[in-house]
Ligand binder design. Structure first.
Ligand SMILES: NC(=O)C1=CN([C@@H]2O[C@H](COP(=O)(O)OP(=O)(O)OC[C@H]3O[C@@H](n4cnc5c(N)ncnc54)[C@H](O)[C@@H]3O)[C@@H](O)[C@H]2O)C=CC1
Ligand SMILES: Nc1nc(=O)c2c([nH]1)NC[C@@H]1CN(c3ccc(C(=O)N[C@@H](CCC(=O)O)C(=O)O)cc3)CN21
Length: 288
């Protein structure tokens, strides 16, 4: 199924995100995770590509394909371009289409720490154009957006202007970077609508359930930390069980508020942890 159509018929769309296992030999382990995540009744599951130092290879395509075929759940394959040549990207697009994947999240990708990058693509809109050129009728394109602005942009306005290039290049649904302050999301969506962006925007939520995640997540996302959030961390940083429960509740409160305020979709960054996803799901199921 083509994901943009889902947003025409359902509100909120509820989606989950997973990443391929780090070690190549462990690829089968992800299917246990998917099997458990299926109990959350997701409208789709997305699979990252080269995120957080994980594999950027055919495993994204393989996993996204099996999610559809074996579990009957719609999938989205992430694809990044900044560390790839035009030939690499063309090959990957061909593979996705061959595997009957119908939806791709077109990303620039994180610039690797050693600074090595290829120079065929600079931004996500260029990748979207390439996907359109190669597979206009077979692949729907989703894109990423940043409620607090991407850290490379001078201002939120500039970032939203750049977002319009992606939409011009065929992106039909946006998924946000994770955030902990719903007010940032509401202001961002209000501004984007004023600036002419009409596509559905799913809110990306990551439950923080252990202290190890905090630093890494903040570094990756640049998300600001509201007072309630830092209070929760300082109260429970030495009590893993309490932090786990409080982290779930924080995400649940965020999601319930978003749904009540009419959000188009909720995209849950599961970090391959079905226990967390299921606990969140149980507490929001009545609103889905
Ligand atoms: N690997 C994965 O699965 C995931 C990766 N991400 C990460 O999100 C980050 C950025 O990815 P995208 O949003 O796809 O990048 P992007 O290319 O859309 O935006 C990156 C920066 O460039 C600016 N920009 C965008 N288009 C431009 C243009 N045509 N001309 C000038 N400036 C432009 C933006 O305002 C922003 O500051 C990366 O750090 C990516 O890795 C996010 C989600 C999942
Ligand atoms: N800048 C950026 N890059 C991304 O890849 C990205 C975002 N932002 N925002 C949303 C999601 C979050 N993503 C992530 C983040 C971390 C890992 C990851 O594998 N982290 C740890 C494992 C942590 C764990 O198992 O709990 C790692 O060690 O790599 C994967 C995908 C992908 N996405």
């Amino acid at each position: 199924m083509k994901i943009p159509e889902l947003y025409e018929h359902k509100k909120p769309v509820f989606s989950l995100e997973i990443f391929p296992p780090k070690k190549k030999g462990n690829i089968e382990s992800i299917y246990d995770t998917v099997e458990q995540l299926a109990h959350c009744n997701p409208d789709f599951i997305s699979v990252t590509y080269g995120a957080g130092g994980n594999l950027a290879d055919n495993s994204t395509c393989e996993i996204a394909s099996r999610i559809k075929k074996q579990y009957g759940i719609e999938s989205v394959a992430h694809l990044t371009c900044v560390n790839s040549s035009k030939e690499d990207v063309e090959e990957m697009i061909g593979r996705l289409a061959e595997a009957d994947i119908e939806n791709v999240l077109a990303l620039r990708g994180d610039i690797s720490e050693d600074g090595e990058m290829k120079h065929d693509f600079h931004h996500a809109n260029e990748l979207a154009i390439e996907v359109q050129r190669k597979c206009r009728d077979n692949l729907e394109i989703l894109g990423a957006c940043y409620p607090e602005g991407h850290y490379e942009s001078k201002s939120l306005d500039e970032d939203i202007q750049n977002l319009k290039y992606k939409i011009g290049a065929g992106v039909k649904v946006l998924i946000t970077q994770l955030f902990f302050d719903n007010q940032c999301f509401y202001e961002f969506v209000g501004k984007a609508r004023m600036m002419g962006i009409k596509v559905p925007v799913s809110a990306g939520i990551m439950p923080i359930v252990n202290s190890r995640q905090i630093e890494r997540t903040v570094a990756l996302s640049g998300a600001s930390l509201p007072h309630d959030f830092t209070k929760m961390i300082s109260l429970y940083e030495n009590n893993p069980e309490k932090l786990f429960e409080a982290g779930i509740q924080y995400a649940v409160d965020q999601i319930r508020d978003l749904i009540i305020n009419g959000v188009d979709g909720i995209h849950l960054y599961t970090m391959n942890n079905p226990k967390v996803a299921l606990k969140v799901y149980e507490k929001i199921e009545d609103l889905l």
